[in-house]
Design a protein. Structure first.
Length: 407
């Protein structure tokens, strides 16, 4: 069943532009939440005149709920919008099915690794609109109250864990971190060891490096440094940070917008991911989203033009200043806004630095897709809950991955 577009006033379908010269209407869709204000702002405050000059009217239809399912269902039913978001996590399934059209060939202004993420069989099928990496966000007031030194760029896994335990001991009502048993956060620790998701044969080996990160991450709860987010009544670490249940959260720049709404007065600090003490390296995950054109669109040229405008330097500068994500255009990496002293500016600098960490991998798992993470997530969850030990959990995960990647 197709999900219905968001019905709030801010997310309502929106028609924009002056009387169209070519009278072409382009339907575009992205997800709801904080993204709605961003896209609305781009269409009304930044790009309205240019769209009018192109003779294009944009019909914006944000979607609350499972956006990927909305798009996949819509493409199958012939009801999908002309232009829509694709996440690196599931974009390849749309490209390989022939449901997207190649977009711009002018990629000179975009970060090469983001362009590569949306390139399939030598063609670019989505224009990257932004990206995120992970960082450690913390409430300075909590650390001050606990008398514990702030997290820092120099932290290792061990020193960060010690600080979180110290906070909890000084302030028993506050946990160090709300833990999510998912590769989407744990993966940064595994990567910092030098482990890679796929070897030269395309197989996944949960080797000793992986095990070292696994045992550290699953041991955070037992050590007193963390609590499961679900046990704190939250679905993500940012919710715990906003409610002051936790001292830190490991998230991307999207946390800025969330805290702006739920904890506007927080004394926020942000530092880079901790290093693995043994390798001396940091790991990180790149999350990115692009605009892609529906192959079945009757206004595909106009849709491609809208995508070009939405990812223009002017548009990305405006998005950068909202503090939601980092621009995909390399020319904005040294932007004056990023040198400012406000929390969102300092956070954005750290997120940008994450792109050049020692071991950085995209949140993408080839032909296997998201199912690749399931055995790892299950192993993390079972050990943290005390349902099994690391030996058993990792053996089970390895067997599942071997079966999955056998063909």
């Amino acid at each position: 069943m197709l999900l219905r577009p968001a019905r709030t006033l801010a997310a309502a379908t929106m028609l924009l532009g002056l009387p169209a010269l070519a009278n072409e209407t382009v339907r575009i869709s992205g997800w709801g939440g904080s993204e709605v204000a961003i896209v609305n702002g781009l269409l009304t405050d930044v790009l309205a005149e240019k769209l009018a000059k192109e003779g294009i009217t944009v019909k914006y239809e944000p979607v609350d709920g499972e956006f990927s399912q909305f798009i996949i269902n819509g493409l199958s039913a012939g009801t999908a919008p002309d232009l829509f978001y694709v996440d690196i996590f599931w974009a390849r399934s749309v490209f390989s099915a022939g449901q997207a059209l190649p977009v711009t060939q002018d990629v000179s202004g975009f970060a090469a690794n983001l362009v590569e993420a949306f390139t399939y069989e030598g063609k670019l099928y989505a224009i990257p609109k932004d990206f995120n990496t992970l960082a450690v966000h913390f409430n300075k007031d909590i650390f001050d109250d606990a008398g514990v030194a702030y997290p820092s760029d120099g932290d290792t896994w061990k020193t960060l864990q010690e600080k979180l335990v110290a906070v909890h001991e000084a302030l028993p009502e506050v946990d160090g971190l709300c833990l999510v048993p998912e590769y989407a956060r744990f993966g940064a620790f595994a990567l910092s060891t030098g482990w890679t998701p796929f070897d030269s044969r395309g197989r996944t080996m949960l080797d000793q490096r992986f095990r070292r990160a696994f045992e550290f991450y699953t041991g955070l709860v037992k050590s007193g440094a963390a609590v499961l987010a679900a046990d704190a009544g939250q679905s993500w670490a940012g919710g715990c940070l906003a409610s002051e249940r936790a001292a830190i959260a490991i998230e991307g720049a999207w946390i800025i917008s969330a805290l702006r709404d739920s904890a506007p007065n927080m004394n926020l600090g942000t530092v880079r991911m901790p290093k693995d003490l043994e390798s001396g390296k940091r790991g990180n995950i790149v999350f990115t989203v692009g605009w892609t054109v529906n192959a079945a669109s009757k206004v595909s040229k106009a849709a491609a033009k809208v995508a070009e405008l939405l990812t223009s330097k002017e548009a990305q500068q405006w998005v950068l200043e909202q503090g939601l994500a980092l621009p995909s255009r390399t020319g904005l990496a040294d932007n004056s806004w990023l040198r400012g002293g406000r929390p969102e500016q300092m956070t954005s600098r750290v997120i940008l630095a994450g792109l050049s960490d020692d071991h950085v991998m995209p949140y993408f798992f080839g032909k296997v897709g998201g199912s690749w993470m399931q055995p790892i997530n299950a192993a993390l969850n079972s050990v943290i809950l005390g349902e099994t030990d690391a030996d058993t959990a990792l053996a089970s995960a390895q067997s599942a991955l071997d079966r999955m990647l056998a063909n």
